[in-house]
Ligand binder design. Sequence first.
Ligand code: ADP
Ligand code: MG
Length: 450
Amino acid sequence: MTNESWGCIRENLIERVGRNNYVNWIEPLEFARLEDGVATFHVPTVFMGDWVSRNFGDHILAHLNSAGEPVSRIAFSVPANGRPPMRAPARSPAPQTPTQPAAELAGASLDQRYTFDTFVVGKPNELAHAAARRVAEGETVTFNPLFLYGGVGLGKTHLMHAIAWELQARQPELRVVYLSAEQFMYRFVQALRDKQMMDFKQLFRSVDVLMVDDVQFIAGKDSTQEEFFHTFNALVDQNKQIVLSADRAPVEIEGLENRIVSRLQSGLVVDLHPTNYELRLGILQQKVEQYSDQFRDIELADGVLEFLAHRISTNVRVLEGALMRLFAFGSLVGREITLEQTQDCLADILRHTDRKITVEEIQRKVSDHYNIRLSDLIGPKRVRTYARPRQIAMYLAKQLTTRSLPEIGRRFGGRDHTTVIHGVRRIEDLKSKDSQIAEDLELLRRSLEA
Ligand code: ADP
Ligand code: MG
């Protein structure tokens, strides 16, 4: 066998191991020699050899044999002089010293504004906040991982940064690494390409606290997921704290392996609920306070903050943006900003945020309320535990959205519109007889319209 013939044989492995694995693990293998039935491949690191051997060894052997090569075993070796020099991890700005804030180490830098001091706590986020506080004390690892999830702009990133700041303030020697799942993948791919997997692994396995933001990003990215899983397990085994965030619950992330989902659920999973009016107003007041130095001369007329809190209800980021724009406007006109000016100045934002409730939101709320899975709410099962909440969700969809009955049916697992009619009628009927159902409906409606 030659390196060329290996080149042909290995192509056949693409189908077997998938393109990702192929590019990451098989392609970098260099055939070295065949002696006494042992085929030896050069690999950049010992780790990589182990990995390939454990995960793909059998496949490689089988393919070599079916190509007629007299191989009974495969082996890996790291060529003494062929090894690329060890490099600092990609994009790391400066050589690391133990005292350097470790959040810089492998991740993104932290936003100074995202601390616990500036985080406004309200009903929708109090659990997430309490859990984050607990982790930030850094005393004992009580739940691992802490998994924070919730819609866009509800404060997940803010809380994670706050944890990192707090930990660093309390224990400067701690290696706290914060990064997005996207950055994790980027670094992983780069490490593979540069044959720096050993460094990559060492880096991520030597941290004290690992925080990965927006992990939904790695769903469906097989080799990154795999690596993430191993990093995760290695750290949990060492009793190191892990904090993760995503835009939805672990079970709802499509394309995430089951074993990963169950590990993610083995810690504490808390969600940040959509903001309510009080929280939004609190956040606005806090921001006004926070920026009061910068915008000293600006006055907002009575009712402006209340108006914003009422009208911009989806996303705190948008809310903040609106306030910033008002400030910018105010510093131009140099006098108190009236409610009318507010409406003019923010016309485009306000138009966009005219609140539209979606069927998906209703489904989520209802499944949360009844403590059942979204998939069961939408799915085919007909038992009462699912069927009743399903009818309630259909009823609310009819009441609160402009969707037609067939459209609603489609969003409930492709059901017929007659099924929707039946469900809606059933709930209309029950509403007057069953006070529990009437109460549930009222509660759900209010929370959806909040
Ligand atoms: P996510 O990561 O959940 O998408 P972020 O953490 O980026 O959301 O929050 C978006 C913006 O809203 C940030 O500027 C953040 O400071 C602000 N924000 C969100 N929730 C709160 C809160 N409870 N108190 C103060 N600011 C908040
Ligand atoms: Mg975020």
